[in-house]
Design a protein around this ligand. Structure first.
Ligand code: IPM
Ligand code: MG
Length: 360
């Protein structure tokens, strides 16, 4: 029987609660589809800081490298905000991305019909939205050097560097073009080429690649400020959005809200050869941690994305997604999505319902 090694990074806040739900569902769906998953729980983020003093212990990174896929729940807590930057949970996440070479971050945003009225945007604006943010994840201003903070002549100056190499742009653009080919055939590349040199190189490379290798894909360019506006004005115009690291961070949170709740969206971070990391877009929600109030659906959909993209178990992935659809259609909602006429449940009962829907 095929067996996969999965590193589980439950992390902080609501992480352990939603991970527990995902794990129950993964067990059920794998046995139904004839493969097994061997889990390896590893500390990362605040829990790792508490135990080892480091947000990403070397042993955690090693375990991730040695696995077939990594499932991550959420990290971070205000408890660690006063630590020096290199000791914070977020630095562990950036270290994981860099350490595994996960340069491509895929964030699909699809409107779930049962949740259309949960969005703060009007139904006729968001109906039919189905887009994918392809965000560059290991370069740009997040990782550029020089960076730092200096004091000179009585003033303090802090700085980061937004920089890309041509080949870094090419490899993420290829991911965007390839995905556009599999989807609606349209790629919108986001930049700030009217102001930034780094964006002009971005645009030049995307155009060159389009001409040489992807003439069949419909390419457009959009300045990031306009893209932010267009996402709430007319999001249906987008198929694949290609962005640098910082622009994608901002636009993907905005795009997530189209779907009604950030508690519904999965993501995949992929590299050339290392195992992918699959995680919900939302954070660790420390304010509701330990209260059985978290929405586990983005976590379950991230597990589905892991099955499909990371392990090529398409049928099992589709089963998990169908279970989510069924439970929503039956009217079960966690607090973040509660609506008149629906049944409000906690994280664990939502897990029970998902499991029951999976078995039907
Ligand atoms: C994300 C998050 C991270 C990022 C933080 C937690 C470092 O916001 O995955 O979008 O900025 O990339
Ligand atoms: Mg973000």
């Amino acid at each position: 029987m095929t067996s996969y090694r999965i590193t589980l990074l439950a992390g902080d806040g609501i992480g352990p609660e939603i991970m527990a739900v995902a794990r129950r569902l993964l067990d059920a769906v794998s046995s139904r589809h004839g493969f097994t998953l061997a889990y390896d729980d590893q500390p990362m983020g605040g829990v790792a800081i508490d135990v080892t003093g480091e947000p990403l212990p070397a042993s955690t990174l090693e375990a991730c490298r040695a696995s077939d896929a990594v499932l991550l729940a959420a990290i971070g807590s205000p408890r660690y905000d006063s630590l020096p930057r290199e000791k914070r949970p977020e630095t562990g996440l950036l270290g994981l991305r860099a350490g595994l070479g996960l340069f491509a971050n895929l964030r699909p945003v699809k409107i779930i019909p049962a949740l259309i009225d949960a969005s703060t945007l009007k139904r006729d604006v968001i109906e039919g939205v189905d887009l994918m943010v392809v965000r560059e994840l290991t370069g740009g201003v997040y990782f550029g050097t020089p960076k730092g903070r200096v004091e000179a002549e009585g003033r303090v100056r802090a700085f980061n560097t937004m920089a890309y190499f041509d080949d870094e742009i090419d490899r993420i653009a290829r991911v965007g073009f390839d995905l556009a080919r599999q989807r609606g055939g349209r790629l919108c590349s986001v930049d700030k080429a009217n102001v930034l040199d780094v964006s002009q190189l971005w645009r030049d490379r995307v155009e060159a690649l389009h001409a040489s290798d992807y003439p069949d894909v419909e390419l457009s360019h959009m300045y990031v400020d306009n893209a932010a506006m267009q996402l709430v004005r007319n999001p249906r115009q987008f198929d694949v959005l290609l962005t640098s690291n910082l622009f994608g961070d901002i636009l993907s949170d905005e795009a997530a809200m189209l779907s009604g709740s950030i508690g519904m969206l999965p993501s995949a971070s992929l590299g050339e050869s290392a195992p992918g990391v699959f995680e919900p877009i939302h954070g660790s929600a420390p304010d509701i941690a330990g209260q059985d109030r978290a929405n586990p659906m983005a976590m379950v959909l991230s597990a589905a994305m892991m099955l499909r993209v990371g392990l090529k178990q398409e049928a099992a992935a589709a089963d998990l997604e169908q279970a989510v659809d069924r439970v929503l259609a039956a009217g079960y909602r966690t607090g973040d999505l509660m609506a008149p006429g629906c049944t409000q449940v906690g994280c664990q009962v939502m897990g029970d319902q998902l499991l029951a829907a999976l078995r039907d």
